[in-house]
Design a protein around this ligand. Sequence first.
Ligand SMILES: Cc1cc2nc3c(=O)[nH]c(=O)nc-3n(C[C@H](O)[C@H](O)[C@H](O)COP(=O)(O)OP(=O)(O)OC[C@H]3O[C@@H](n4cnc5c(N)ncnc54)[C@H](O)[C@@H]3O)c2cc1C
Ligand code: FES
Length: 252
Amino acid sequence: MKYCKDFIVVENQTITSNLFILKLQYPETLPEIKAGQFVEILVEGNKDVFLRRPISIHDVDYKKNQISLLVQIVGKGTDKLSNIKEGDSLNLIFPLGNGFTIIGKKVLLVGGGCGAAPLLYLTRVLKEKNIKSDILVGCRDINHLFSKKEYESLSNLHIATEDGSCGIKGLVTTHKILEEEFDAIYCCGPTPMMKAISKIAKDKNIPCYVSLEHTMACGFGVCLCCVVETNKGNERTCTTGPIFLSSDLKDF
Ligand SMILES: Cc1cc2nc3c(=O)[nH]c(=O)nc-3n(C[C@H](O)[C@H](O)[C@H](O)COP(=O)(O)OP(=O)(O)OC[C@H]3O[C@@H](n4cnc5c(N)ncnc54)[C@H](O)[C@@H]3O)c2cc1C
Ligand code: FES
């Protein structure tokens, strides 16, 4: 079931000059949301931003009926969203997409930059299911690290920064945690990073789930602008995905 509802902004937290977290209040009881699902946001007040913008659900608080979104400013839509204030309303279509398939007893989550957005809620779901998780987060520097306290409370956090200001210096692909045994890997971030991690998973003979940030228009299967080539034929990223088993993707 999909909903189209107004949420009220309860917080707009600046992380860096181009990264912010929106905490949004739902006026009713939140429906079930799967980790990895996303929302389509109506960006009002800019006639150049006609289409809704897809953003992953960063976290869910069922007790407060709140969700949070981590957003990176890349263009007019996300720039407009960055100026939204406490008390403003935002119209969302949600929850969209398939969400992560939860498997195994010990899993590894790997996130790069703001692409790691869906992984916080995934760590929460895994903890509730008593599945042990390690999360490896890669970012430019310590200032671009977000939700650290929350990750630490839900999972074993490992960090890689490009400048070495936190965790190891270098890319996530060089981190030693990747040498350990896991039942599955969940990966979100830049495509080259997801491809490199899925190759590591393939060598270990374990499944790797990746989240594709394909360009989208409608977000619910109508416009066909988000088609991706899979081993089973062309699929819509917004409905069959955005989470795919990397071995099912032609390009991976
Ligand atoms: C399923 C899904 C989940 C997403 N989750 C998040 C999230 O949690 N946080 C977040 O910050 N962003 C997320 N994105 C990306 C986000 O939707 C785009 O950055 C946003 O729509 C850009 O809108 P804009 O108007 O600011 O930029 P535009 O003016 O539309 O574009 C500016 C630049 O960004 C590029 N761009 C636009 N859309 C995308 C896209 N989908 N992927 C990569 N580059 C794009 C354009 O090619 C252009 O170069 C997600 C995308 C998808 C499909
Ligand atoms: S975005 Fe319209 S079909 Fe996927």
